[in-house]
Design a protein around this ligand. Structure first.
Ligand code: 0O2
Ligand code: 0O2
Length: 214
């Protein structure tokens, strides 16, 4: 298996999706509107993780293109739960890729306590050998969900997927606390957005007056 050749289209997809999603955020900023996107990160799964996951899930290496759906991964992080569904609606309306599957782990949280909205897409990428359809995963989550998932991911890594049960139960409680935080924030969403709109407007007018560099 030549990993460099295999991963090249995935790198391309991740870069293209990152530009497109960051572009959405920028457009909201230009219009001084609340952006449903707080930030975007993306990665191509490291080779060692691809091999480990293939072993764990009994995926043959010549089947990973179809069966491992998160080799190309883009993550969209939002302030509010509502924003997640705004993005989902926006992504469904796009015609530059096809949606293969949607998994709502917010309505149906995972056993671990994990919450996020996942969208599996088929994205056409231009290669020197013609067009190639590449599977990618878009994870959409709030800052609170991201905070929880990042910490849980680190613990999973430390304990190689076997987190001791007393830590697991604390994690489940933390997941509920994170969700509570999202619900509390939802109640003052309008206030927060109004404040941010004013601040963005202020930043824009100051930029146009051409003073500082920020
Ligand atoms: P680990 O082991 O994965 O936890 P930039 O263009 O500057 O925004 P940059 O610096 O290339 O992007 O990295 P980015 O996109 O900020 O990614 C930082 C971390 O987030 C990496 O973790 C990625 O693995 C993780 N990540 C980002 N997007 C995704 C995604 O969609 N899916 C998954 N599973 N992970 C994602 P580390 O530091 O490599 O560590
Ligand atoms: P990485 O790159 O280390 O994050 P499944 O069959 O449901 O177990 P599948 O088919 O890979 O798994 O899809 P799923 O469950 O939709 O999740 C894929 C990705 O979602 C994972 O990638 C994680 O990034 C994230 N995820 C899912 N469940 C959890 C969870 O309980 N905790 C955390 N922190 N993240 C989760 P990988 O493959 O784990 O790799």
């Amino acid at each position: 298996m030549n990993w460099e050749t295999f991963l090249a289209p995935y790198i391309q997809v991740v870069e293209e999706l990152k530009v497109k999603l960051k572009g959405i955020r920028a457009q909201y900023e230009y219009e001084s509107k609340h952006s449903p996107i707080e930030f975007v990160t993306a990665r191509v799964k490291p080779i060692s993780s691809i091999i480990d996951k293939a072993k764990r899930k009994n995926i043959l290496l010549d089947k990973i293109e179809e069966e491992m759906q998160d080799i190309a991964g883009v993550r969209v992080v939002c302030q509010f739960v509502d924003d997640i569904y705004t993005i989902v609606t926006m992504l469904r309306e796009r015609n530059d890729f096809e949606i293969v599957e949607e998994k709502d782990y917010i309505e149906h949280k995972k056993e671990s306590g994990y919450r996020s909205y996942h969208m599996i897409i088929r994205y056409p990428v231009a290669t020197i050998k013609g067009e190639k359809q590449v599977i990618a995963e878009i994870q959409i989550r709030t800052l609170a969900m991201n905070f929880w998932a990042t910490n849980e991911h680190s613990l999973n890594y430390k304990y190689q997927g076997r987190i001791p049960s007393h830590i697991k139960s604390k994690l489940k409680r933390a997941a509920e606390a994170a969700f509570q935080l999202d619900e509390e924030m939802a109640m003052i969403k309008d206030e927060v957005q109004e404040a941010q709109r004013i601040f963005n407007q202020y930043k824009l007018t100051h930029k146009h007056k051409g003073g500082g560099s920020s």
